[in-house]
Design a protein around this ligand. Structure first.
Ligand code: ADP
Ligand code: MG
Length: 480
């Protein structure tokens, strides 16, 4: 019960009321009326407070401008609130059976429940369970699909045309064509979008086909739960009627041996029965880490399609497409500016565009110009410019100390190689958002070595001013 915070509906409403008055004084009446008043608190689960927002556009705006503040104020009032999440409460989607019932109706049900001191959490849990059955009709395994992620909304360019064609082929063919279809790419490049698009397409053509889409994490979670409740037979049963199984981000199964074993089993039996499987990951099957060899080879035995990082043309195409969808005229120069600057992935590109549009709309349709874009995205562009990669750090540090990158990654322990290696690890920790294990892998070491290197360099910087200067100079070149 320790982590299971309990909140009664009344106390949620109460706290929300107080938060609103505080926000009102902070942001002023006009902003409050436009953005904050329409919000309503919804379900509370696992430390996450869901807040309902009437439209997608508002949700984005509220997230960029108020979500941190709301979270801070609320957490201070009530430490059980670990984070806040904004949910679009859309009646239309509800009737398609894609999303849980609107928060308002949930709240109504809870507040009219007989026990006056009802436990918010458990009340919601049972409601959510019911609605799950309702909106997933026998697909309790699956998670809802995003209505925006369709083939129509997918912009095709050189970098993703192969993956797109493969996805379309799988979606359109009645008999299993490539099995499994394995999609891989870096983050934010459209894997999930393509998987949902396949699901939508199949559903539309033949609603009777049972499609299950879930993340590898969810698969693991379900499986671990089944183990805990000694209910693995029921777990397996759930997959028997599946016609199309999609598992997103299988790299998360790395190192989880029992789950892999189970997945392997499920996978094989579905393939044998001629069901379609679609998998995504951040790497090709053979490069996946911590995945058993036989599973890797099984994953790679159908069609493997990768999505490459975007190119300029695709970025322009995506910006034009999204702007059109939002009913906005995006000046060519602004599109070009964004496409030149935001090159990392499509998710960030979309985020940038949304910020610019929200800004112009808030200031009663202020014209979108390059200057204004630059101004609105100041922080983002700055951090963007600063972003370096571990490869780059290894290269620069190796050059600086006159060794090769190969030596840096080698097992040699001579001081002339070991010290630069430690410095590179230290800078990788400082200048990138990579985790210790991720950094370790780039150096062919484990995370404890990286941790040790970081501490060591921190100590050395205090003691040895010439080393400190060297590290500082390197940092400046990398950040430049
Ligand atoms: P991944 O699963 O590879 O991390 P997503 O599928 O979640 O990436 O894509 C990130 C965002 O970019 C989503 O909002 C998605 O709709 C959008 N997106 C990705 N590729 C395209 C594309 N080719 N055309 C339009 N939008 C795209
Ligand atoms: Mg994804």
């Amino acid at each position: 019960m320790a982590e299971q915070a309990i909140l009664s509906t009344d106390s949620v409403q109460d706290e929300w009321g107080q938060i609103c008055s505080q926000l009102k004084t902070e942001v002023g009446d006009t902003a409050f009326e436009s953005w904050l008043k329409p919000l309503t608190p919804g379900s509370f689960n696992d430390g996450v407070m869901n807040i309902c927002v009437p439209t997608r556009f508002m949700r984005n705006w509220v997230i960029t401008h108020y979500s941190d503040r709301i979270h801070k104020i609320w957490e201070k009032k009530n430490p059980a609130i670990k984070s806040v999440n904004f949910v679009v409460q859309a009646i239309q989607e509800e009737s398609h059976g894609l999303y849980a019932p609107s928060c308002r109706s949930l709240l109504k049900k809870i507040s009219s429940s007989p026990a006056p001191q009802n436990i918010y959490q458990s009340g919601l849990n049972s409601l959510t369970a019911n609605s799950n059955e309702m909106f997933n009709n026998n697909e309790a395994l699956s998670v809802p699909l995003n209505p925006q992620y369709t083939f129509d909304n997918f912009v095709v360019g050189k970098t993703n045309e192969f993956a797109y064609a493969a996805a379309r082929k799988v979606a359109e063919s009645r008999n299993v064509s490539f099995n499994p279809l394995f999609l891989y790419s870096g983050v934010g490049l459209g894997k999930t979008h393509l998987m949902h698009a396949i699901a939508w397409h199949i559903k539309q053509q033949d609603p009777s086909r049972n499609i299950v889409y879930l993340s590898a994490e969810k698969f693991m979670y379900k499986f671990v739960r089944a183990l805990r409740y000694k209910d693995t037979t029921a777990f397996k049963e759930q997959f028997r009627s599946v016609d199309v199984l999609m598992v997103d981000d299988v790299q998360f199964m790395g190192g989880k041996d029992t789950t892999q074993e189970e997945f392997f089993y499920t996978f094989n039996s579905l393939i044998e029965e001629g069901r379609q499987i679609i998998i995504s990951a951040d790497k090709s099957p053979s490069d996946l880490e911590g995945i058993e060899a036989r599973l890797k080879s099984r994953l790679g035995c159908g069609l493997v399609a990768d999505i490459h990082p975007t190119d300029f043309d695709l970025r322009i195409g995506i910006l034009e497409n999204k702007a059109r969808q939002m009913g906005i005229e995006l000046p060519t120069r602004v599109a070009e500016f964004l496409a030149q600057k935001i090159t990392s992935n499509i998710r960030e590109l979309e985020g940038a565009l949304r910020r610019v549009i929200a800004h112009s709309q808030l200031l009663s349709d202020k014209e979108i110009t390059v200057d204004m874009t630059q101004d609105v995205l100041k922080d983002m562009l700055r951090s963007y410019d600063k972003r370096t990669t571990i490869d780059e750090i290894q290269k620069k540090v190796a050059e600086h100390f006159n060794i090769s990158v190969k030596e840096m990654q080698s097992s040699r322990r001579a001081r002339t190689v070991a010290r630069p290696r430690q410095i590179a690890m230290y800078l990788a920790k400082q200048l990138t958002s990579r985790s210790l294990p991720e950094i370790g892998r780039k150096f062919d070491r484990d995370h404890t070595t990286v941790m040790h290197a970081v501490r060591k360099v921190e100590e050395l910087i205090m003691e040895d001013s010439s080393l400190a200067e060297n590290v500082d100079a390197l940092r400046r070149t990398l950040e430049a």
